[in-house]
Design a protein around this ligand. Structure first.
Ligand SMILES: Nc1nc2c(ncn2[C@@H]2O[C@H](COP(=O)(O)OP(=O)(O)O)[C@@H](O)[C@H]2O)c(=O)[nH]1
Ligand SMILES: [Mg+2]
Length: 478
């Protein structure tokens, strides 16, 4: 097909009702908003053609059309044959058929579906290969072949059943220029991109435009990855830099029980803030990857985040003990993150630093309570004092956070928009990422964590940023 300059390459997604046409488009174009693409368990949910433009920088690059689907292909095929008379029907016959049927005819669905093809669109024919290859499918293929449009068949494997796939492939091969698989519920970025690439094979005339579109989506994907790395670094940095503090008057300072209560309050507030930031990070990622139906699990009234009070969390996530020792050693931190509580959100005054109460070692794999935070006491001007609490003493803390973030990032990467049911980022899982990191990577990140735990601003570190981008790239590809 060759489009005159300025015309937008258009592909109509056709096939029988309920084959997954709308789902394929939803996944391909990252649309999980039901108002835009109607996918439904009820057959025939899509009753009108829907134009879905692919736009970049406000420019429409390619256009897809979602169609209602064939409802009576066998009869329609005969009607077209009748219109044509002797021999094999051609595009002109299909055109006449569309003209005759489009306004309330007996084959209105077929006419609607064929209209875009008559107008010049290419064909993406979606089938579910677990279905038996009946005559009506053959009729659909025949009609599509008569249009003479560039056409590709997509096997959308809805069920596990693979028995019929070879039969389908063989048959489709004689009607279509190209046969590919595309699983609307599982396709990831690379598969979506490959699908766009295969349009090049069937539509040589629009090569430049399609290639440009692929470049755009590649670029967009790279930008998102970089942005994700920023979100991740923001969160980790926040978790390590954040301090909770409360002023103590002279009397309170002497009351051990009062002090202990304040200490507990600050600990809770600290973790609540971490959870809030963790939630925010996932929300930002979901937005960036255009997931409206995938949600962050929020408890009764708040996001719980990592269960840091669970022993399991501390054993399964993050680095192993020996890896931690090594990463810490290489990075130059002796025991525990070298936390500097000096600023603590207080505007002035530096005083005595108490050091950690509870101790890094003791808190390490302890289950019962929230892990102990670093704690310090600061003397301010005028002799009033402040209790300051920082990140957990355990050096595994940032690693655990990172591990969880990567896990959820992977989940987002794996979630096809075409699934279209509301779902939650899962909490239970056992796969961790960071234990598989190279030693070099571990110590580079450990150094960055240690810097973040200290007071003062952290300058943008290009190496660390690229390390994060690489990590995300690996999670994407896994
Ligand atoms: N398991 C599975 N179900 C799918 C897949 N694609 C579509 N479906 C389901 O099949 C039904 C019909 O899909 P839809 O996209 O509306 O089909 P259409 O009528 O051809 O547009 C919906 O309930 C989809 O969730 C898939 O790849 N895997
Ligand atoms: Mg549909």
């Amino acid at each position: 097909m060759s489009n005159p300059e300025g015309e937008i390459p258009t592909f109509a997604v056709v096939g029988k009702i309920n084959m997954g046409k709308s789902s394929v488009l939803a996944t391909l174009l990252e649309i999980d908003n039901d108002r835009v693409v109607r996918v439904s368990a009820t057959p025939g949910a899509t009753t009108q053609c829907q134009v879905l433009p692919v736009e970049f920088d406000g420019r429409e690059m390619i256009r897809f059309i979602d169609t209602p689907g064939f409802s009576n292909a066998l009869e329609a095929m005969r009607a077209i044959q009748e219109i044509h008379g002797e021999g094999t029907p051609d595009l002109a016959a299909v055109k006449l058929f569309v003209l005759r049927e489009i306004d309330g005819g007996q084959f209105e669905d077929e006419a609607r579906l064929l209209q875009p093809l008559v107008d010049g669109a290419g064909v993406l024919y979606v089938i579910d290969p677990s279905k038996p290859l009946r005559d009506t499918f053959v009729a659909e293929m025949e009609i599509l072949r008569w249009t003479g449009r560039p056409r590709m068949a997509l096997l959308n494997e809805k069920a596990e059943n693979q028995d019929r796939i070879e039969e389908w492939r063989t048959r489709l091969g004689s009607y279509f220029n190209l046969v590919r698989t595309f699983n609307a519920h599982h396709a990831r970025f690379s598969e979506r991109k490959n699908l766009l690439k295969s349009l090049l094979q069937i539509d040589e005339g629009n090569r430049a435009r399609i290639e440009e579109t692929i470049e755009f989506i590649d670029q967009e994907w790279d930008e998102r990855r970089e942005e994700s790395a920023e979100y991740l670094m923001d969160f980790l940095s926040y978790a390590l830099k954040h301090r909770e503090s409360v002023r103590l008057d002279v009397k309170e300072e002497e009351l051990e029980a009062r002090k202990e209560r304040k200490r507990q309050e600050l600990t809770k507030t600290y973790y609540a803030n971490i959870a809030r930031m963790e939630e925010k990070t996932y929300r930002r990622l979901l937005k960036l990857y255009r997931h409206d139906l995938l949600k962050v699990e929020v408890g009764d009234d708040h996001f719980e985040g990592l269960d840091l009070s669970s022993e399991e969390t501390w054993q399964k996530w993050g680095l192993s003990r020996s890896q931690l020792t090594l990463a810490g050693g290489v990075a130059g931190g002796a025991a525990g993150i070298a936390v500097d509580l000096g600023t603590g959100g207080l505007t002035h005054g530096l005083g005595t630093l108490f050091g950690a109460i509870g101790g890094a070692g003791a808190a390490f794999f302890k289950g019962e309570d929230l892990p102990d935070l670093k704690i310090g006491m600061i003397t301010e001007q005028g002799n009033s004092k402040a209790l300051v609490m920082g990140p957990p003493a355990s050096e595994n803390f940032p690693w655990i956070l990172l591990d969880r973030c990567l896990h959820h990032f992977g989940e987002i990467m794996n979630h096809a928009h075409g699934r279209r049911e509301e779902s939650l980022l899962s909490i239970n899982t056992d796969a961790g990422w960071v234990r598989g990191f190279s030693r070099e990577r571990r110590s580079r990140l450990q150094r960055w964590f240690t810097q973040n735990a200290k007071k003062g601003a952290i300058h943008f570190d290009a190496d660390v940023f690229h390390e994060f981008v690489d990590i995300l790239h690996e999670v994407e590809g896994a």
